[in-house]
Design a protein around this ligand. Structure first.
Ligand SMILES: C[S@@+](CC[C@H](N)C(=O)[O-])C[C@H]1O[C@@H](n2cnc3c(N)ncnc32)[C@H](O)[C@@H]1O
Length: 297
């Protein structure tokens, strides 16, 4: 029997800005909603396909080579972006934690709020921390957790994390990729990922979360926090016409310049992403940080 849930599965589709603008215009002209127009277009496509079969894609197929080339180019670009970001955090390892010492009362208050919630939630839990960096949040979590495994792709930051004091001897660090979590051993019932989510390309968010949740298992608790966009803070924001991702231009103490993929999310976007895949979802969007915490479905 078909699973009822499958019928209502959320389908996220990225539409280029130009297509979205034209669709909006059509919605204004016709009085139909954008969703109705998309559903009608899909039904038209399906009817056409059932009448004529794959022939309707003839034009597309003849342009296959070009499309393959474009996809390949996009994949190379994504890989370059990934490498850029990783190299940036490798180079930034020594100076990374300076961000947490910002002299700003509201910023420090929100930072303390995140720490308090994490400490309370991880009590007695086995924590898998994604992109743990220099172990700033690992230290906070390991105070109350039974066990913590921190994963990061850069050895430079892991060396710093490992060299910190771990009075309970309950923290270990592993070099690994956030997108390849099955390779990380251990059993966990708490997932922590701070200041990592903003670096995920939007078209990889669903697959990252799916891998994260699969690794944790149903019933595990998750806490994810990241930055709210504050103009003038953390480098210049770069938006590109044909990209759904945004970037930050940053300079390190050695004068090196970097462009890093960094996305920002509104309350509604966070709801859209996390609501369908969670239970007991709580979302907070403050002046400096946002967080979500929930139970894996
Ligand atoms: C903004 S830092 C956050 C560090 C730490 N979670 C914190 O909040 O202090 C982002 C981290 O993501 C790590 N990273 C980048 N790409 C990664 C990947 N594919 N898998 C795991 N870690 C990655 C970087 O090395 C860096 O330490």
């Amino acid at each position: 029997m078909e699973d009822k849930q499958d019928k209502t599965k959320r389908l996220s589709v990225y539409l280029p800005e130009k297509v979205k603008a034209e669709l909006e215009r059509m919605a204004d002209d016709t009085g139909l909603s954008m969703t109705q127009l998309i559903v009608m277009a899909t039904q038209g496509l399906l009817a056409n396909y059932s009448a004529q079969g794959g022939a309707i894609f003839a034009d597309l197929l003849s342009a296959r080579h070009r499309i393959f080339e474009e996809v390949k180019e996009k994949q190379v670009l994504l890989e370059v972006e990934k490498q850029n970001m990783q190299a940036y955090y490798g180079a930034r390892a020594e100076e990374y934690e300076r961000i947490y010492h910002r002299e700003d009362a509201e910023y420090q208050q929100e930072l303390a709020l995140l720490s308090d919630i994490i400490k309370r939630q991880v009590d007695g839990r086995r924590v898998l921390e994604i992109a743990c960096g220099t172990g700033y949040w690992s230290q906070i979590a390991a105070e109350a957790a039974t066990q913590l495994v921190g994963v990061d792709i850069r050895p430079e930051v892991l060396h710093i994390a490992e060299s910190k004091p771990w009075p309970k001897g309950n923290a270990t660090f592993i070099e690994g990729d956030a997108y390849e979590l099955p390779e990380i051993g251990g059993e966990f019932d708490y997932g922590l990922a701070n200041f990592w989510f903003s670096h995920i390309p939007r078209n990889r968010i669903d697959s990252f979360l799916q891998g994260f949740h699969e690794r944790l298992g149903s019933g595990a608790q998750v806490f994810i926090a990241d930055n709210v966009y504050v103009p003038g803070r953390g480098g210049e924001l770069i938006t590109l016409e044909d990209s759904e991702d945004t970037y930050k231009r940053r300079e390190l103490a050695d004068g090196s310049k970097h462009e890093i993929l960094k996305n920002y999310f509104s309350y509604d976007e966070l709801t859209d992403i996390f609501k369908p895949i969670s239970q007991h979802l709580r979302i907070f969007v403050g002046g400096s940080f946002w967080y979500v915490c929930y139970t894996v479905k």
